[in-house]
Structure formats: structure tokens, C-alpha cells
Design a protein around this ligand. Structure first.
Ligand SMILES: CCCCCCCC/C=C\CCCCCCCC(=O)N[C@@H](CO[C@@H]1OC[C@@H](O)[C@H](O)[C@H]1O)[C@H](O)/C=C/CCCCCCCCCCCCC
Ligand SMILES: O=c1ccn([C@@H]2O[C@H](COP(=O)(O)OP(=O)(O)O)[C@@H](O)[C@H]2O)c(=O)[nH]1
Length: 403
């Protein structure tokens, strides 16, 4: 140790400190998850009237679970809300699914907007724009499928100083290994960052399920003001906070329930998200690979050997095992009940996630073009997006469009 150059010694100390910090993140996420998640919403309608909500549902293409997922919006346990379905293409098969549900539930205030409105590059914003312009209520929800008390839970979290309540992404129980893999991803690495970021006031808003104050968004220029970004969710949250409003997660995680569940399209989705994060928050280029279990374990083993002369192999194995156990604890907290798969499947899913994580990240860095549904984009540093001319449609997109 005495013969080491100071810089190397300093590097080993920094790594070891970062490693300790990562364990604090594990601990924070477990404690905050236990404290925050799955608390029952208990507001009684007669006590104080609940605010009316406009629910925006951008749709593109169908999947085997779409009808069931959309039906959950018609049967929600909430007194006053309107549904604003937005579909860009009038020949989209989702149109007939929405229309048949509107016929089945005539008592629900639901409208279908077709054609979108080109206010920027972001196709989701363009699609939602007509619905957003027509929204009647002060609270706006943009969401994937819901449980019948999801909206109540989100509204309860929207107290005075808050202008954004979002749900931490998670998944419904579904059959097959791909579903296990998705659950392991959202219930471990993603939950860890999401929970600790929310607790520490770091912007980690993922827009698959959120509740917004329309007056605040209008003050910021409306949804159209975020049409130049692909990651509108991140920039909406940033602008809301810059105006002095607060944001937080709700008690229920978002139960994603897509009927298309295979490892390769999920990995494509993760790669797309990683490309967005890299462009928006460039420090993630270093932080993300460094905070991966296998990479950090190797680096920390080296630094522990340098600093304390500890056996690197034993250190590495204990590190991986403890990480694995704390991920299991966090997943159990987020799931809040028995898991739909065997422990052995968790081991395989966890190992696959941990080994593929760094590879997917490198893949994202390698080719910065972003494929989202039927279009391709590129991002400038900072997050402004521009669309590239169409190229060949990949397999998973084809499946989505044809279904
Ligand atoms: C000392 C330890 C440090 C740990 C460092 C951790 C490094 C970060 C590791 C992982 C980052 C995970 C970030 C969570 C969000 C991931 C999901 C995501 O990428 N979503 C993006 C895309 O969402 C879709 O975008 C299109 C939209 O239409 C869809 O509806 C959306 O679903 C989304 O845009 C990203 C939002 C947040 C980005 C945050 C990036 C900063 C992360 C740094 C966090 C550091 C936390 C440290 C905690 C102590
Ligand atoms: O060109 C598009 C792409 C997406 N979306 C909508 O944006 C939401 C998120 O899309 P996706 O699931 O592809 O994004 P992810 O959650 O994977 O980021 C969905 O409601 C889509 O219907 C849209 O309206 N137009």
C-alpha cells in the first residue's frame, strides 16, 4: 500500500466512499418503500368533495390486454372524472376498442379525439394535444391502466404545495419469464433509484402515470411547451419545480399491464430510456454503470484490497449476495404480497438483469438514434429532440402495429 501513487490511493478511497453511498441508497429505498408504499387511501367523499379529474389516455395500436386495461378507467371508484381518449390515426385498431367501451358505459363522460395536433416532435404530446385543450377540469391525469382506487390515492397525495403526483413504475402479475424479468427490473434497480430520488428530492418523474395541476401546466405554456422533448415527463417535472411547486410519488405503484411481454422488446424500451437519460442528465454516463452491482462490486473489491488488504474474492461474493438479498427485500415491499414466481425464477431473472444492465447501457451509448413506435429520433445534449427520416420498422414495432 505504501508504494502506491497518491492518485491511485485517492481513487480507491473515492470508490470505497461511493460504494458506501450506494448501500445508503439501498437502505433509504427499503425504509422509504416500507413507509410510503401501499398505504390505503381513506378519504370519504362526503367529508370534503373530491376534485374532478380529466384523464388523458394517449393510445397507439392495440395489445391483448388493451380492452381490459381501458375498461378499468370506466369502472374507477371516483366521483367525477372525464375520459379523453386520444388516437393519432383514425384507422388505428384501438379506435373500435374505445368506441365499444364508450357504448358499454354510456354513463361515463368519455370522448375520443382523433388526428392529434402537431405542436412539436414528441408524438405522445402531439397525440394528447386535442384532449388536453378540451380538458374541463383543473386536475389532469395521464395514465396507463389503473386499479379502482388509483385516482383517489393520487388525488390524496396532491396536497396544497404539490403540482405533480406520479406513480413509481411497477408491473401486474403476468405469466412467463419475460414478465418475471420486467418485475425484477421495476421492483429492484428502478424502485431503488425512484424511491431514494423521491425521498431526496431528485427529479425522477416517469410519465406513464401522473396527476398534474392544469393551471400550472398552462402557466408553463401548456403541454405543447414540452413537445420539443421526447422525455416530456422529466422536463415537465423540472419546470414545475422551477416554479416553486413540489412533486412526489403516490402510495400505489403504477401497475403496467401491457399484453406484449417479451425480453427483447423490453430491453429495447430500456435502451430507449437510457438514451433519454444520457442526453438529459449526462452524469448518468458515469453514475449508471458505476452503480451496477457487478461493476461496482469488482471496483469496490479492488479498492478494499488496496485500502484494507481484504480478500477481493470474498469481498465480491459477500457484496453480490448482500445486494441480491436487499433487492429481494425491496421487491417484496413493492409487491406487497406473494410474488407470482418461484424464488429460483427470481435468481435467474435477477442475474440476467444484473449481467445485462451494463451491456444494455453500453448499447444505448453506442447508437444514439431512438426508435419509438413507428418513428426514429435523435437527441441533442440537453434533451431537445428531432425526428429522423423513417427507416425499416423493427420486429416489435411491426407486431404492435399489426396487432
Ligand atoms: C451513490 C449512489 C448513486 C446512484 C446513482 C444511480 C444512477 C442512476 C441509475 C439509474 C437511473 C434510473 C432513473 C429512474 C428513471 C428511469 C426511467 C426512465 O428512464 N424514464 C424516462 C423515459 O420515460 C418515458 O419517456 C417517454 C414518456 O412519454 C413515457 O411516458 C415515459 O415513461 C424518463 O424520461 C426519465 C425520467 C427521469 C430521469 C432521471 C435521470 C436522473 C437519474 C439520476 C438519479 C440519481 C439518484 C440517486 C439517488 C441517491
Ligand atoms: O408515437 C407515439 C408513441 C407513444 N404514444 C403513447 O405514449 C404512451 C407511452 O408509450 P410507450 O408505451 O411506447 O412508451 P414507454 O412507456 O415505453 O416509454 C402510450 O400511451 C402511447 O400510446 C403515442 O401516443 N404516440
Amino acid at each position: 500500500m505504501k508504494h502506491l501513487p497518491n492518485s491511485l490511493y485517492g481513487f480507491a478511497i473515492s470508490l470505497f466512499v461511493f460504494w458506501c453511498g450506494t448501500w445508503c441508497v439501498h437502505l433509504l429505498a427499503i425504509c422509504y418503500g416500507k413507509f410510503k408504499l401501499h398505504k390505503k387511501s381513506s378519504k370519504c367523499y362526503n367529508e370534503s368533495p373530491l376534485p374532478a379529474v380529466s384523464i388523458l389516455k394517449p393510445l397507439m395500436g392495440i395489445d391483448p390486454n388493451l380492452e381490459h386495461n381501458l375498461e378499468s378507467f370506466f369502472t374507477m371508484d371516483y366521483p367525477v372524472y372525464e375520459l379523453l381518449f386520444c388516437i393519432e390515426d383514425s384507422v388505428d385498431p384501438a379506435v373500435s376498442t374505445v368506441e365499444s367501451l364508450m357504448t358499454k358505459y354510456p354513463q361515463v363522460d368519455a370522448t375520443l379525439y382523433m388526428g392529434g395536433s402537431k405542436v412539436g416532435v414528441n408524438p405522445k404530446i402531439n397525440n394528447m394535444q386535442p384532449g388536453y385543450s378540451a380538458a374541463k377540469h383543473e386536475l389532469i391525469m395521464i395514465s396507463d391502466s389503473v386499479k379502482n382506487d388509483t385516482l383517489l390515492d393520487m388525488v390524496n397525495n396532491m396536497t396544497e404545495k404539490y403540482a405533480l403526483v406520479h406513480q413509481m413504475p411497477f408491473t401486474c402479475d403476468r405469466e412467463g419469464f419475460a414478465a418475471t424479468f420486467e418485475k425484477v427490473f421495476f421492483g429492484t434497480v428502478q424502485s431503488r433509484i425512484y424511491l431514494s430520488a423521491d425521498l431526496l428530492g431528485i427529479n425522477c418523474h416517469t410519465g406513464m402515470s401522473c396527476l398534474l395541476r392544469k393551471s400550472v401546466i398552462d402557466e408553463l405554456g401548456g403541454l405543447r411547451a414540452f413537445g420539443c422533448y421526447l422525455a416530456e415527463d422529466f422536463f415537465i417535472a423540472k419546470a414545475i419545480r422551477d416554479k416553486g411547486w413540489k412533486m412526489r410519488i403516490s402510495n400505489q405503484p403504477a401497475m403496467q399491464n401491457s399484453g406484449i411481454c417479451d425480453i427483447s422488446s423490453f430491453q429495447e424500451r430500456l435502451i430507449r430510456w437510457a438514451k433519454l437519460r444520457v442526453a438529459m442528465v449526462p452524469t448518468t454516463i458515469l453514475l449508471e454503470p458505476l452503480s451496477e452491482c457487478m461493476v461496482l462490486g469488482a471496483l469496490a473489491s479492488w479498492s478494499a484490497a488496496i485500502l484494507f488488504n481484504w480478500d477481493p474474492l470474498v469481498f465480491y461474493l459477500v457484496h453480490v449476495l448482500t445486494w441480491f438479498l436487499s433487492d429481494w427485500i425491496l421487491l417484496s415491499i413493492v409487491q406487497n404480497g406473494s410474488l407470482s414466481f418461484h424464488k429460483f425464477e427470481f435468481v435467474v431473472g435477477w442475474l440476467l438483469r444484473e449481467i445485462s444492465g451494463p451491456y444494455l447501457f453500453l448499447h444505448a451509448l453506442w447508437n444514439p438514434a431512438i426508435r419509438w413506435r413507428r418513428r426514429t429520433y435523435k437527441l441533442q445534449w440537453g434533451g431537445i429532440a428531432y425526428e429522423l427520416p423513417s427507416v425499416n420498422i423493427n420486429l416489435s414495432t411491426k407486431r404492435l402495429l399489426l396487432s
